[in-house]
Design a protein around this ligand. Structure first.
Ligand code: IFM
Length: 462
């Protein structure tokens, strides 16, 4: 593409916005008919496992439940006014299934739908395109008790829930995603034991994963049948996995690790099959798959319009014949000078180029990308977040390069809009562009939000 300067601008229709999820932002965890979700339950009963970071720091667990989030439920109008003032043209949110159908199946809670009506209508009135996730981890506890994701009934339950949401918001919501990061709520939850429900059962995790994919297909099919207009996809976390050394064995190990974390979800969503090469090289996984899995996927397949990728970290992986997937993470040495976190902006470009090459038929959105910094208790320090400004700038530059390189990229969502509840660290780590006092819910724009505003308003990065 011809360039006559170094100015980096984004196309007019490129979406630039922020994101958050229901259970992390809304609060009002037990109000107006909402029932407990898995996340509400496990944060209480397994706090030590769920929040290892803060347990280490000795913070009192009682203050670290997702009950309040950033109080979006009560203050959504002010949050959305801020989004409008930021100049963003989109916002990614999730709907809380336990707020809409408290028992998981059956009766609909009109108060729950009415809350999302107010949110979506306000977003539209402000010229902000809602991007709506059906499920961001907060499965109704009632369904967990009936077997949760591991139940063969899960696709039916999800389809019923999707139908309620699609019918209700048809014509107002044009961008839909079915699930967020199954590699976390399924693989880390059922195989690695690091996430609710903290199980270590490979066979069960693969069955639960298959059920989630079938549920996803059902929602996509329904979306087409109901002639919803707009687009539907799903969101996966991507980790660019680089080989630990120059050895071919490490290159294969890196590929397997990337397949295990990402392609095992993305390929079925885009093409209706798992990466079979992975199963062929890792019989431990193949042997634990449910009977007839490949044909079952093929028969149920419904392709997505887009895939969302959530990019935070990279990985370095070495061959290890004794490790699951014959690969083990050794180190991540791509860090940005001056930053404590594992931050590597070029990993976003690598991920987007990977999407261009491996998923050429599918549009991509960067559905999450963000930097967390510690809750220091010092408002001035937290609001003068130069580190987040440079984080944003460097990642925006990578988006521009990706567009120049022919990536079919529709938009970018910074995670997250405002300081909220965070998995593994409660309120101790903060990603927000808006600072939130978790006692009074007073809000204040951080320096990064003023910077984001310039990029969003000008559709350009400096
Ligand atoms: O807060 C989470 C979000 O819920 C899912 N993606 C990663 C974020 C940061 O850890």
């Amino acid at each position: 593409m011809y360039r006559d300067s170094f100015t980096m601008t984004f196309p007019d229709d490129f979406l630039i916005g922020t994101a958050n999820s229901a259970f992390q932002s809304e609060g009002a965890a037990d109000r107006d008919g909402k029932s407990p979700s898995m996340m509400d339950h496990f944060a209480r009963t397994h706090a030590g496992q769920f929040l290892p970071g803060i347990v280490k720091k000795g913070i009192r667990m009682t203050e670290e439940f997702p009950d309040d989030g950033c109080c979006f439920y009560d203050h959504f109008e002010e949050f959305i006014d801020d989004m409008k003032a930021t100049g963003q043209n989109t916002y990614r949110l999730s709907l809380a299934w336990p707020r809409i159908i408290p028992d998981g199946t059956g009766a609909v809670n009109e108060q729950g739908l009415a809350f999302y009506d107010r949110v979506i209508d306000k977003l539209l009135a402000c010229g902000i395109e809602p991007f709506v996730d059906l499920l961001h981890w907060d499965l109704p506890m009632a369904l967990y008790e009936r077997g949760g994701y591991a139940s063969r009934e899960f696709p039916d339950w999800f389809e019923q829930y999707a139908k309620v949401c699609f019918a209700h918001f048809k014509g107002r919501v044009r961008l839909w995603s079915t699930v967020n990061e199954p590699c976390v709520f399924i693989t880390s939850g059922y195989a690695d034991g690091r996430f609710p429900p903290f199980e270590k059962d490979l066979r069960k995790s693969l069955l639960a994963g298959q059920n989630v994919l079938l549920a996803h297909y059902r929602a996509v099919k329904l979306f087409r049948e109901l002639d919803m207009g707009g687009k539907i996809g799903a969101v996966n976390a991507i980790i660019p996995v680089y080989p630990a050394d120059f050895r071919p064995e490490d290159m294969d190990a890196a590929r397997r690790q990337a397949q295990l974390r990402f392609d095992i979800w993305a390929e079925p969503m885009a093409y209706g099959h798992y990466p079979e090469q992975f199963f062929d090289e890792c019989p431990m996984y193949k042997n634990a798959m449910p009977e007839g899995y490949a044909q079952e996927l093929k028969d149920a397949f419904a392709p997505v319009d887009f895939l969302g990728i959530n990019y935070y970290v990279t990985s370095r992986t070495a061959d290890d014949p004794d490790a699951p997937a014959r690969s083990k993470r050794v180190q991540t040495f791509y860090t940005q000078p001056g930053l404590k976190n594992d931050v590597y902006p070029a990993g976003l470009l690598d991920s987007l180029l990977y999407m261009r090459d491996h998923y050429p038929d599918v549009e991509v959105f960067v559905t999450e990308n963000g930097l967390c910094t510690p809750n220091t208790g010092d408002e001035e320090e937290e609001c003068n977040d130069d580190v987040r400004v440079s984080y944003l700038r460097e990642h925006f530059r990578m988006l521009w390069r990706a567009l120049q390189s022919g990536v079919n990229l529709g938009g970018y969502y910074y995670w997250n809009d405002a300081d909220s509840y965070e998995q593994l660290s409660g309120y101790d780590q903060r990603f927000g562009l808006t600072w939130v006092d978790h006692k009074t819910f007073r809000r204040r724009w951080k320096k990064s939000r003023y910077y984001f505003q310039k990029v969003a308003q000008n559709h350009m990065v400096d």
